[in-house]
Write a protein that binds this ligand. Structure first.
Ligand SMILES: [Zn+2]
Ligand SMILES: [Zn+2]
Length: 243
């Protein structure tokens, strides 16, 4: 695949940030007008493997639509799309965004997700809601990485963004610090919808940076369904592969 082909694959790379944020590629550090250069985007993100349509777990056969877990116990969300696995080098990029505030990466992640959505979603969502951070963590970090990615998805799809529709009512322990078995309990009752935000009969797109067990997204999707959401699709930049 040539660079020109890649540009048609990620049509806005090379335009949005080109004029305002000249800098270097976050991976190879070569000069690049985008957070990722064309060669790195091509090498690491052009391949889209077969995944479960509901939870985006990798599937061994491209013709199987759902994994056994989703068949046995369907989650509250209806579909998940991801841009890549949470593995090298995407893990470093996520950490650069989250802990080193490299915000142009959120633009790139959102653009990648918008492209995957165009290819994989039969019916487009009607509103975008980012997974919220707890207020204390938001104050400490200064931004919500999921919100920044959601802003970019909204810009590239023209789907309206409801940045503050959902709030975390409990400041749960960070999921990353917990054993997998404790994560579901940790998330229970963690979210609520603001009174003036209506999701009734809507197809909602939930945006996050990383999906590991899916418990956070499941809890949020359950909250939206209780409030009448018709369908919930997750758009996550990177999914942790199965061990
Ligand atoms: Zn590069
Ligand atoms: Zn699944």
């Amino acid at each position: 695949m040539h660079a020109a082909h890649l540009r048609s694959f990620f049509p806005c790379i090379g335009r949005t940030l080109e004029t305002i944020l000249p800098g270097s590629c976050a991976l190879c550090h070569d000069e690049s007008h985008n957070a990722l250069c064309v060669a790195c985007s091509l090498q690491f993100f052009a391949n889209i493997p077969a995944r479960c349509e509901i939870c985006a777990r990798r599937m061994p056969h491209p013709h199987t639509k759902m994994c056994g877990t989703c068949l046995r116990t369907p989650p509250a969300f209806d579909a998940t799309i991801v841009a890549c696995d949470y593995a090298a080098p995407a893990d470093v990029l996520v950490q650069d965004l989250k802990f080193r505030a490299r915000l142009p990466l959120a633009q790139t992640f959102g653009q990648m997700l918008a492209n995957v959505m165009r290819k994989q979603l039969a019916s487009p969502p009607e509103m975008i809601i980012p997974v919220p951070l707890a207020e204390a963590r938001l104050a400490q970090r200064g931004f919500n990485q999921a919100g920044e990615i959601a802003r970019s998805v909204s810009r590239h799809t023209d789907i309206p963004l409801q940045m503050r529709a959902c709030v975390r009512v409990r400041d749960t322990q960070p999921q990353a610090g917990l054993p997998l078995t404790e994560r579901q309990v940790n998330m229970r009752g963690a979210f609520t919808l603001r009174l003036n935000a209506s999701v009734r009969d809507q197809h909602v797109l939930l945006v996050d940076d990383v999906m590991t067990t899916g418990h956070t997204l499941n809890e949020l999707a359950a909250c939206l369904k209780r409030q009448g959401a018709r369908r919930v699709t997750n758009a996550v930049f990177a999914r942790t592969p199965e061990k």
